[in-house]
Design a protein around this ligand. Structure first.
Ligand SMILES: Nc1ncnc2c1ncn2[C@@H]1O[C@H](COP(=O)(O)OP(=O)(O)OP(=O)(O)O)[C@@H](O)[C@H]1O
Ligand SMILES: [Mg+2]
Length: 234
């Protein structure tokens, strides 16, 4: 069960992000605030180019906001030194990129082993963790494949397994089902639901698909730099 009163795992306030372009600068996020508690699943929707990936990159500490604050479990992340931010990213966050970003010349096993190595997980614990994560996305039979030989949907599932292998408190997924057939898309979403319910993991999913959003507790829409929560009919 989701803990209604638990402290937020993510608490961002008034985030602004400007990008420099040839002509000057454009403001993509304009005072975005969002609070997410442990075990909550939040869908972020909105038109192409509205800044969804930008927002997710900031939440994953891959990109700095121009202004605003970001607390994770009460820790003021933007005040941490770069090494402190990296540590949060390695231990607390699992990121599923819009483009899968697998190392194509490495096997599926090796792709999942990299984050475990960075997080300091001992060698003998790694095979079990990797097999467990692959089983969750129905991809155990491809464990020794080179990533470059996987189909688009298999690459996406490998990328999801890679994000889960560290048992992060926060999963940030950028269109995680965009390349999956309906069956595998549902499996992945059911898995996120279980993960959120049992492990109290907060899951934030960027999606264009209302069926994916329907798996989430809340839906927010990003448009013209502003994030608005939609109110669901009971
Ligand atoms: N590094 C950058 N420099 C300049 N502009 C950028 C940069 N990255 C993104 N943008 C611009 O910011 C806007 C938002 O991009 P973003 O990738 O966050 O959109 P998105 O909502 O994820 O879109 P999509 O649904 O197509 O994935 C776009 O107009 C894009 O051109
Ligand atoms: Mg995007």
């Amino acid at each position: 069960m989701m803990k209604e009163r638990a402290l937020p795992v993510i608490d961002v306030c008034d985030l602004t992000r400007e990008y420099a372009n040839g002509a000057g600068s454009c403001t993509v996020l304009c005072g975005v605030s969002l609070t997410v508690r442990p075990g909550e699943m939040v869908a972020i929707m909105g038109p192409s180019g509205s800044g969804k990936s930008t927002l997710l990159s900031i939440l994953g500490l891959l990109l700095a906001p121009t202004r605003g604050s970001y607390r994770m479990n009460g820790e003021d992340l933007l005040r941490l030194a770069r090494s402190g931010q990296s540590s949060f990213r390695r231990h607390a966050v699992g990121f599923v990129f819009q483009k899968c970003n697998l190392v194509e010349s490495a096997t599926v096993y090796e792709n999942l082993e990299f984050p475990l190595i960075y997080a300091g997980v001992r060698r003998k614990e790694r095979p079990g963790r990797i097999r467990e994560a692959l089983a969750r996305v129905n991809l155990l039979h491809r464990v020794d494949y080179l990533a470059s030989l996987l189909s688009g949907g298999e690459q996406q599932r490998a990328a999801i397994a890679r994000a889960l292998v560290n048992h992060p408190g926060v999963v940030l997924a950028d269109e995680p089902t965009g390349q999956l057939d309906r069956h595998n898309g549902q499996l992945v979403m059911e898995h996120f639901v279980r993960l959120a319910a049992e492990g109290e993991t907060a899951v934030i999913i960027v999606t264009h698909d209302p069926e994916v959003a329907a798996f989430c507790h809340r839906t927010c829409v990003l448009e013209d730099g502003v994030l608005t929560e939609t109110v669901r009919c009971p």
